[in-house]
Ligand binder design. Structure first.
Ligand SMILES: Nc1ncnc2c1ncn2[C@@H]1O[C@H](COP(=O)(O)OP(=O)(O)OP(=O)(O)O)[C@@H](O)[C@H]1O
Length: 332
């Protein structure tokens, strides 16, 4: 099993009386792309700020290569903050050189690295422009260059894909995949779940400040309700009526997508389909991350409501841990 490079262990943070992050525990391995997803206000940015040392946790610990992370380690991390952090009046190349030096590069090395990333991120025509004169998407490319210029040992990026055009998304994705292939642990938050599913090795799903599931999309789907695609050309609209634990997700022409609750019998579904006439497809499908996410967040939300006033906040930890453990991923 891959060794964890960056470990977030039992991290908790409140703003006043509001608990933003609670017992957040997961790890990111060397060379993996880790997608960090969750609804607005779930606690992603707070967690990433704690990893980078911008915020101090109330409890818990962040470790780098097995030791509590320190200033010198963090200096070698690359960070793209949600609020972005560029000097608007500084020119692109000048800014990247400056940030490279700030992170410990010599002036010569900073110049070379700035030039390299300007070229790689297709910013050559803007190198002498002030950042404030660039479009938002191009500013975001500069922000990525700023996170990369010092050759970081780890990358933590808060919504790096938001607001990018499709070509810029491809550039960003390729650069992150290259860094991961070089052994760098890459963590990024995003609301673009189909993108996360396409590019990430593992996904951590956050709800209410806790990690509610973690693993590969395949691992997450093993824990979810099964999906079936049935093509029964002569079936009427109501052919699934009376099948216990079977829900119609969608219909496209003669094809019906079904969700089967735990214990629902797929052979009874097949019998029901055959009773209508020929069946030209009967296929077990893996749900996409968007559906897994919805199921998990809804399920956990319901559990949190159930727990209110009875077992208190501790009850939701059991939900989070069960989901994470069951997924076989890094949540502990
Ligand atoms: N500086 C702050 N002061 C008070 N509350 C805050 C502060 N920053 C965040 N919060 C609260 O903490 C919770 C977690 O916020 P956080 O920004 O970490 O979520 P997020 O998952 O990154 O959300 P989004 O997807 O919208 O960016 C929210 O309830 C938010 O309102």
């Amino acid at each position: 099993m891959a060794v964890p490079a960056l470990e977030i262990d039992g991290v908790r943070k409140s703003y006043g009386r509001r608990r933003a992050v609670d017992d957040m525990t997961f790890d990111i391995r060397a060379g993996e792309l880790f997608g960090f997803v969750g609804s607005n206000g779930a606690g992603k940015t707070t967690t990433m700020r704690i990893v980078l040392g911008v915020l101090t946790p109330d409890a818990g610990e962040v470790r780098w290569l097995g030791r509590p992370v320190g200033f010198a380690d963090r200096r070698r991390f690359g960070y793209m903050p949600e609020e972005r952090g560029l000097y608007p009046r500084m020119k692109v190349a000048e800014q990247l050189r400056y940030l490279g030096e700030l992170h410990g590069l010599s002036p010569g090395a900073a110049r070379t690295a700035a030039g390299r990333w300007i070229e790689r991120l297709e910013l050559s025509s803007y190198a002498s422009e002030e950042v404030q004169n660039l479009s938002l998407g191009n500013q975001q490319r500069v922000q990525l260059a700023a996170a990369l210029v010092h050759g970081p040992k780890a990358l933590v990026l808060d919504e790096p894909f938001s607001g990018l055009d499709p070509v810029a998304v491809d550039v960003m994705r390729d650069v992150l995949a290259e860094r991961a292939a070089d052994g760098v642990p890459v963590m990024f938050s995003s609301h673009q779940l189909s993108l996360v599913e396409r590019v990430c090795d593992r996904v951590g799903i956050v709800g209410g400040g806790r990690l509610i599931a973690c693993g590969t999309v395949r691992e997450l789907s093993e824990n979810a309700d099964r999906r079936l695609l049935v093509d029964a050309p002569q079936a009427g609209e109501n052919w699934t009526e009376g099948l216990a634990g079977v829900e119609v997700v969608s219909r496209e022409g003669t094809r019906t997508r079904l969700r089967l609750a735990k214990g629902a019998d797929d052979q009874r579904v097949l019998h029901a389909a055959l009773a209508t006439g020929p069946v030209s497809a009967f296929v077990s499908e893996h749900p996409p991350l968007t559906e897994l996410y919805r199921d998990l967040v809804t399920r956990t939300g319901e559990a949190e409501e159930d727990a209110e006033g009875t077992a208190g906040p501790g009850a939701t930890a059991a939900v989070g841990r069960t989901a994470g453990d069951g997924a076989g991923g890094g949540a502990r």
